[in-house]
Design a binder for this molecule. Structure first.
Ligand SMILES: [Zn+2]
Length: 358
């Protein structure tokens, strides 16, 4: 699915209805299904707030997020099934159980095996039938209890504990290395014609060599010509039970003046992955030492970050849409420096997976 500005259709009308239900403002003149400026503005701020790629287009990921955002806890019965139920109701359930001290894992809005286990434990504790199904009696029980913690749930404490198994070196780690895009999907292109998919694979190849030499077991997510979806890449990493996930992309912007390195980890307005944030910080610090400018470390809900079950980061060493950054990205010498910087960040993470003071 792809709905673009300028389109006039019932699909746009459906998008607008969902945006309005989420309290976004749409101009009266556009409400007959016209994708005008106010619809575009609402989509962009929705994407911004939900940690998606902010492009103003309604593709599969934005559409799915619009649907997920519309669920409130209690709207439907929640239980474990394949593919798993996803939505803000699941997120609310995870927050609630986490605040009560149950191990729900990350607050990612995906009802997986861990959520089902936490529901069952809660039901056993509370003395109601323990079927791991969130129906009326479980909702009633949940509503009746005061929360223990605040937003710092048991999940982040447990995630921090799990981190202590890393280190002190990277030897023996199983790392999924994911060069972004591929096949028909070029990703961003620079003003000089350099394509993101070829830069991401070039850096990944160099990084694979550096890591393998250090004793890391590396699993690439794709061959040069292939283009699995991000959900397929995440599923592969989960099936492998990898320790870490590194996704290599480049940054792009409509503003050609924008430059520098960006690093992303999983998080949203109510939760952040401590492990992902630490890994992102370690790598980003090394990337800046290579000499690029700093476009920051940010929490996002990209499928790669959200659906992977291990600490995951998306690394964008520079902006390909900026002419100077593009020249760097196309330069094999710079690609090697970036690969070495990422490896150095990984070593620092293995040495100190939890930042001093936390
Ligand atoms: Zn990309």
């Amino acid at each position: 699915m792809l709905i673009r500005p300028g389109e006039h259709s019932s699909a746009v009308r459906d998008v607008q209805r969902r945006l309005i239900a989420l309290e976004y403002q749409i101009d009266g003149a556009e409400l007959d299904g016209r994708f005008g400026d106010s619809t575009l503005g609402a989509i962009r701020s929705f994407q911004e707030r939900r940690g998606l790629v902010v492009d103003g287009l309604v593709g599969d990921e934005t559409w799915r997020e619009l649907v997920e955002a519309s669920w409130d806890l209690g709207d439907r019965t929640l239980y474990l099934r394949a593919p798993p139920l996803r939505g803000d109701d699941v997120r609310a359930l995870q927050e609630r159980l986490g605040a009560l001290g149950f191990d729900v894992g990350r607050v990612d809005g995906i009802f997986g095996p861990r959520a089902a286990r936490a529901v069952r434990e809660f039901q056993e504790n509370y003395g109601i039938p323990s079927d791991a199904i969130v129906g009326r009696s479980t909702l009633r029980a949940l509503a009746g209890l005061p929360a223990l913690g605040g937003l710092t749930s048991a999940a982040s404490v447990r995630e921090r504990e799990e981190l202590r198994r890393f280190g002190p070196t990277i030897a023996g780690l199983h790392v999924v290395l994911d060069p972004g895009h591929g096949g028909e999907d070029d990703g961003f292109a620079g003003p000089g014609g350099t394509k993101e998919q070829s830069v991401s694979i070039a850096i990944a190849r160099r990084l694979e060599a550096v890591l393998t030499a250090s004793g890391v077991v590396v699993y690439p997510t794709r061959e040069p010509g292939a283009s699995p979806t991000d959900s397929q890449r995440a599923a592969l990493a989960n099936a492998l039970g990898a320790d870490l996930y590194l996704s290599i992309h480049v940054a792009g912007s409509e503003d050609r003046g924008r430059r520098g390195a960006l690093t992303y980890f999983f998080g949203h307005d109510r939760f952040r992955s401590e492990a992902g944030a630490r890994l992102a910080d370690c790598i980003h610090t090394e990337l800046l030492a290579v000499g690029g400018s700093d476009a920051g470390v940010h929490a996002k809900q990209y499928a790669i970050l959200r659906e992977t079950r291990m600490p995951a980061v998306q690394i964008e060493p520079a902006h390909i849409t900026n002419a100077d950054d593009e020249r760097s990205l196309a330069d094999p010498g710079f690609q090697t420096l970036v690969a070495e910087a990422i490896a150095a960040g990984l070593r620092e993470f293995a040495r100190r997976p939890v930042a001093a003071g936390s």
